[in-house]
Design a protein around this ligand. Structure first.
Ligand SMILES: [Zn+2]
Length: 373
């Protein structure tokens, strides 16, 4: 059995201490696979003199900047045979080209079931979904849409309503429609589940305030937030303000607000605890790195967030460098009782800083291209 299979068979989604050795073995195995099957990745590791099967710690594997996947097609498997191809919308319209293999889907499904069960999201009670996002449409390949749709499978769906509907060959947003549907759903006896970007949710709640609309969603309703603040940092409100608005306008308690975190380039489900902290799951590790040297920094020091998971064989996503600044805190600092460290995202660094960081890696990938046939 592969180290990946054993790691993803871990029952406790937050057993970090118990999985450390296995995690390192799985990272070695995954990176060695990409080294063998993705020539640009091999060149990059060779240029740094790194043998992926011999690394002492997952942090020793150089992270690939996520922007690299927007400009290069990096695959370790035949792209045409992959069951899932996803593209990230990107804040500037540049797409990342990522694929997932069958193994990643299988292990990913187990991870999603364990994490959502832990957070009480897995339920046999039928619910109505209100997705503040895109309605699925044939031929549209956005990862954010697939994630949102995936979230509507955690409890049986009576109905699904989408804020962005496919009409006449394109997506249309209709706030009036969303507010009408919300009021209709609130009057049924079935719980309602919201799924959307925090920013969209905030805009909707603000609109409800302005129009004087207030509903009380049925007991068991949940607000699921995902996708981060994206391009809306300027609008970013304090999370507590958002929770207070949710209670005031929708009648949903703060503990029933669940936030997800993840990226196309790191398709691991990070889910917040009841105290809204993102504890490191058994299936991933976060390494905070110095902005200039990229060397790992100690717990409690801010830096660039690099995320590691051995889940994917299709693309060399073992260790990626995000453009987020973050900090790792000791688990004991969270009142929820989980002892594993938690990751706090502080915001996004300037694009120029990331370009500098990505340029180095891209230059390495380009080196020796002539010799590669
Ligand atoms: Zn916690």
């Amino acid at each position: 059995m592969s180290a990946r299979s054993r790691l993803f068979a871990t029952r406790d989604p937050f057993d970090i201490a118990g999985t450390d050795a296995l995690f390192t073995a799985a990272v070695r195995e995954d990176a060695a696979f990409h080294y063998a099957h993705c020539p640009p990745y091999r060149r990059m590791l060779d240029a740094r003199g790194i043998d992926p099967s011999a690394i002492a710690s997952p942090a020793d594997l150089p992270p690939l900047p996520t922007v690299l996947f927007k400009h290069h097609r990096l695959f370790s498997m035949d792209e045409r045979r992959l069951p899932v191809k996803a593209t990230s919308s990107g804040t500037r319209g540049v797409l990342s080209h990522i694929g997932l293999d069958w193994g990643a889907l299988f292990h990913g499904a187990k991870m999603v079931l364990r994490v959502t069960k832990w957070r009480g999201l897995l339920s046999p009670v039928p619910v109505s979904y209100l997705v503040l996002g895109y309605e699925p449409h044939k031929g549209v390949d956005m990862a954010v849409m697939k994630t949102a749709f995936g979230a509507t499978l955690l409890a049986p769906a009576i109905r699904r309503r989408y804020a962005l509907r496919w009409r006449d060959g394109g997506y249309q947003a209709d706030l009036g429609y969303v507010l009408d549907e919300l009021q209709k759903l609130a009057s049924t006896r079935f719980p309602v589940r919201f799924m959307g970007f925090p920013s969209y949710t905030y805009f909707l709640l603000r609109e409800m305030e302005q129009r004087g609309i207030r509903v009380t969603l049925p007991k068991g309703s949940r607000i699921m937030l995902g996708g981060g603040w994206k391009a809306f940092y300027a609008e970013a409100v304090d999370k507590q303000v958002l929770y207070d608005m949710i209670l005031d306008r929708l009648g949903v308690l703060e503990e029933d607000v669940v936030e997800f975190f993840g990226a196309v380039e790191h398709p691991i489900l990070w889910c917040d605890c009841k105290a809204h902290r993102f504890h490191v799951p058994a299936y991933a590790r976060a390494v905070i790195r110095d902005v200039r040297t990229l060397a790992p920094v100690p717990m409690g020091t801010p830096g660039l967030v690099s995320l590691i998971t051995p889940m994917i064989r299709a693309c060399p996503l073992t260790s990626v460098m995000t453009d987020d600044l973050g900090i790792l805190h000791p688990g004991e600092d969270c009142p929820c009782g989980l002892k594993t460290p938690y990751l706090e995202i502080l915001g996004r660094v300037g694009l120029d800083d990331i370009r500098t960081c990505a340029a180095g890696a891209a230059a390495l990938l380009d080196t020796g291209k002539e010799g590669d046939t």
